[in-house]
Design a binder for this molecule. Structure first.
Ligand SMILES: C[S@@+](CC[C@H](N)C(=O)[O-])C[C@H]1O[C@@H](n2cnc3c(N)ncnc32)[C@H](O)[C@@H]1O
Length: 208
C-alpha cells in the first residue's frame, strides 16, 4: 500500500508542481495582481487571519521583519504603504521566497523588501517592528523556538504584532511569551491582546 504524506506549507522545497497562477488581491487599498503557486500557505487568497492582522497593523516602522512571509501579503502591504521602510521578509519555504521576490518586482517595491532565508539575517540585527501570522502548525516546541529566535530582536521601543487563532492556543501562547526573558533576565516585553476578531487574536509584544 502506498502511503502519501501530505505536504506542509512550511516545506523548504515543495514537491507539488510549481504551477504559477495569478490572483487578484487588495493590499494597502490597491487592487493588485500577484503570482502564487501550490505548496505554499494560502496560495489562492489573503488568509483570513492575515486579513485581520492587516487591519490592526500600525504604519510600517523604519525596519520591519515579516516573520514567515509566505507569498508576501504583509511585507508587500508595508512596502506599498511606505517605500522608504526597510522590510526584511523571511521564510523557510523557498518557493514562497521566490514568489515574494517576483511579487515585489511586479509591484515595484523590490528596493524596500529584502527577501531571505532566516539564517541569512545577521544575528545582531534588530527590528523596530515584527509582523507575523506565525506557523502554528509546526508544533508548540518549534513555534516557541521560532519566537525565541526573533522576538528578543525587537529594538528598544519596538513592537511585534502577531495574529493567532483563538482555538489554536492564542491565549496560552500569550501567557508563554509573557513569561520569557532574555539571557540577561530581561523580559521580552509587555504582551497584550489588542483585538479579537473572527476567532483570531491580535497579540502585541512591546519592548519597553
Ligand atoms: C501561517 S503562514 C503565513 C504566511 C504569510 N505571512 C501570510 O500571511 O500569508 C506561516 C509561514 O511561516 C513559514 N515558516 C515555517 N517555519 C518557519 C521558520 N522556522 N522560519 C521562518 N518561517 C517559517 C511557513 O513556511 C509559512 O509560510
Amino acid at each position: 500500500m502506498q502511503v502519501s504524506t501530505p505536504e506542509h506549507y512550511f516545506t523548504a522545497e515543495p514537491a507539488s508542481s510549481d504551477e504559477r497562477r495569478l490572483i487578484n488581491a487588495r493590499l494597502a487599498g490597491r487592487e493588485v495582481q500577484l503570482e502564487t503557486a501550490p505548496g505554499i500557505f494560502s496560495p489562492d487568497h489573503v488568509d483570513r487571519g492575515t486579513e485581520v492582522l492587516l487591519r490592526h497593523l500600525p504604519p510600517p516602522a523604519d525596519t520591519v521583519l515579516d516573520l514567515g512571509c509566505g507569498w508576501g501579503p504583509l511585507a508587500l502591504t508595508g512596502a506599498l504603504q511606505r517605500p522608504s521602510a526597510r522590510i526584511t521578509a523571511v521564510d523557510v519555504n523557498r518557493r514562497a521566497l521566490e514568489l515574494l521576490r517576483r511579487n515585489a518586482a511586479r509591484l515595484g517595491v523590490s528596493e524596500t523588501i529584502e527577501v531571505c532565508e532566516p539564517a541569512d539575517v545577521e544575528p545582531e540585527r534588530e527590528f523596530d517592528a515584527i509582523w507575523s501570522n506565525p506557523p502554528i502548525r509546526i508544533g508548540k516546541k518549534a513555534l516557541h523556538d521560532l519566537l525565541a529566535t526573533w522576538l528578543p530582536r525587537l529594538s528598544a521601543g519596538g513592537q511585534a504584532h502577531l495574529v493567532v487563532q483563538k482555538n489554536l492556543g492564542a491565549d496560552s501562547l500569550m501567557t508563554w511569551i509573557g513569561n520569557q526573558a532574555d539571557a540577561q533576565g530581561n523580559p521580552w516585553g509587555t504582551v497584550e491582546k489588542v483585538a479579537s476578531s473572527k476567532g483570531f487574536r491580535i497579540i502585541t509584544v512591546t519592548n519597553n
